[in-house]
Design a protein. Sequence first.
Length: 310
Amino acid sequence: MSFRPMRSGDHLLLIDGSGLLWRGYHANAKVTRSSDGHPVGAIAGFCGRLWSLLEDRAIAGTTHAAVIFDAGRRNWRHDLSPAYKANRPPAPDEITCQFQAVRDACGALPIPVVEMAGYEADDLIATYTRRAVGAGAAVTIATADKDMMQLVSDADGVCMFDQAKRATIRDEGVFERFGVPPAQVLDVLAICGDAVDNVPGVPGIGAKGAPALVREFGGVEEILSLAAGGSKHKHVLRVAEHADLARLSHRLAALDATVPVTVSLAHFGRVEPDLATFGAFLRHWDLDSVAARICGDASPDEPRRRGEAA
């Protein structure tokens, strides 16, 4: 990690650490440390994916980077709707016991980690994206979370990178996914809802009807104005009938880009990875094969960083 003030022409990489952690866990759920049986699948999967992401040529040239995590289950959205994400079961012990180690992995690499109680990782990513764009920097958000498509903007130099598909998502890709440009994704989410997160949406208007409605009439408030003006369109009337749900869903699906973060963008300056320290971390967890693949023969006695001769 280094202190490097962000300026015009820089490129920030924001990594959805929670998403990376869960994907790593599901791919390696049964892997344990040979010495004591401690679960290490999430650690192994996370570290391998993080390293591949940082080395991926598709997003080469980033000057700043950080890994963003959810700090806990509860956040400000639960004050609006106690049912928000209530249908999700608690994380099993097999993964929670690896949470701290995954954060330690980032420190060993090193790459900055940010999390903040009361906010989702999505909100932190939105906040840092807004700040980076304000500084004239480009932003790549490494995530597969569809909600992040609200932030994509060709004009502002903000894109998503889906590591699993090795796909860069820009305005056109958002339109292909939602049927609307990024600026209207939030209104589509508000109307169609999200059963996974318990965002209610408007009953009777699904994933096909919502984009068509937003394309024709605009966002939730524009649609409600049309209904107040006497529109007889059935879906306009349905949104008006469930106006409270539509407005609540809009607030739940919206990203808070004004989080009072305490870590500045300047602390995200990228540095060469410390392969000796990272390798030692991996070997501590008996992840020798991962260490060998990533770090080669680097050791604390003979430090070797990427780009240096073996």
